[in-house]
Design a protein around this ligand. Structure first.
Ligand SMILES: Cc1ncc(C[n+]2csc(CCOP(=O)(O)OP(=O)(O)O)c2C)c(N)n1
Ligand code: SF4
Ligand SMILES: [Mg+2]
Length: 300
């Protein structure tokens, strides 16, 4: 994988001025995704912040063709596009279904699972901002334990985040990866690679969100870095069943495997202001356990 910015496509596919919030992690990630996938790409968009970013017809801030789909059906619509392109023998066009965590972990899971089981020839990417942000920060299956949302306003979320990567891995798809806009070269390289692979490729994007997570807009990249440096979000890829660390997580694993304490991540976000010490301990134990599991997998 490249470690240099010099090979990143210089063309911009998101025009200046869109309706996402200042400091939006999705805008940053999407900019690099489109640079990696280039113009021969069609994007499927369910109701979400991505839909807002694209704008209202007849104006748009994005220069690739896009299809607005139903909330539950982004994977099904994208599978239809992939089948149509195959029937027309247009093999050089990439179909990207890009959904939020609500549109992936919750309402979109059945159409995604069906498409992955059929090894549909598309990239499904989930930008995970850990709540239903577009409609006012309601709790989703991706919201972490101990976070305040507008539907868990008093006691915080009492349930752990759904382990969606394990669910997707159980589909035995050819490519599965995690990325963060805080590490754009790693993100870029993985989308370039995914474009060349056939069948279902699933990519999970950790997506810091200033208003939903409660931190200053200038801190998006630092929050994304802290998610990786604490081990809460691990950068890796699984290709034909083989696990490997990438980017910053790879360096951390190679340099003794030390993680920063999780408290440095949660104390910077007001969504965790009512998190109990017990919840922090539970989350820290889960992070430590999964990191150990990954270190063992990388060895084997
Ligand atoms: C069937 C259906 N239920 C609810 C909605 C309302 N709705 C639109 S966007 C959205 C939130 C989407 O959350 P997520 O997928 O996490 O994306 P984000 O808004 O966080 O970008 C909801 C609930 C809808 N459009 N369709
Ligand atoms: S609410 Fe969050 S994800 Fe949505 S546009 Fe704003 S910063 Fe981006
Ligand atoms: Mg969301």
């Amino acid at each position: 994988m490249s470690e240099t910015i010099f090979k990143v496509n210089e063309k911009e596919y998101i025009l200046p001025g869109n309706r996402a919030c200042q400091g939006c992690g999705l805008s940053l990630a999407y900019r690099y995704i489109l640079k990696a996938l280039r113009e021969n790409t069609i994007v499927g968009i369910p109701p979400s912040c991505l839909c807002v970013l694209h704008g209202l017809y007849p104006t748009t801030s994005v220069t690739v063709p896009a299809l607005n789909t139903t909330f539950a059906g982004n994977a099904a619509s994208a599978a239809g596009m992939a089948a149509g392109l195959r029937a027309l023998n247009k093999t050089d066009i990439t179909v990207l279904a890009l959904s939020g965590d609500g549109g992936t972990y919750d309402i979109g899971i059945q159409s995604l699972s069906g498409a992955a089981e059929r090894n549909t020839d598309f990239i499904f990417a989930c930008y995970d901002n850990e709540a239903y942000m577009n409609t006012g920060t309601q709790r989703s299956g991706a919201t972490p334990l101990g976070a305040l949302t507008s539907t868990t306003p008093i006691l915080t979320k009492q349930d752990p985040k759904k382990d969606f990567l394990k669910i997707m891995e159980a589909h035995h798809i050819p490519y599965l990866a995690t990325v963060s806009p805080a590490y754009p070269i790693d993100l870029y390289d993985k989308f370039v690679k995914a474009k060349k692979i056939r069948g279902t490729r699933y990519i999970q994007i950790d997506t810091p969100c200033p208003p939903g997570w409660g931190y200053p807009t200038k801190d998006t990249v630092r929050i994304g870095q802290l998610a990786v440096e604490t081990g809460l979000f691990i950068l890796f890829e699984i290709e034909d069943g083989r696990f490997r660390f990438t980017g910053r997580s790879k360096t951390m694993a190679e340099r003794g495997g030390k993680l920063l304490p999780l408290v440095g991540y949660v104390e910077r976000q007001s969504r965790f202001r009512k998190m109990s010490m017990e919840q922090l301990g539970t989350l820290q134990a889960w992070v430590n356990g999964r990191w150990e599991e990954c270190l063992k997998r990388a060895e084997g």
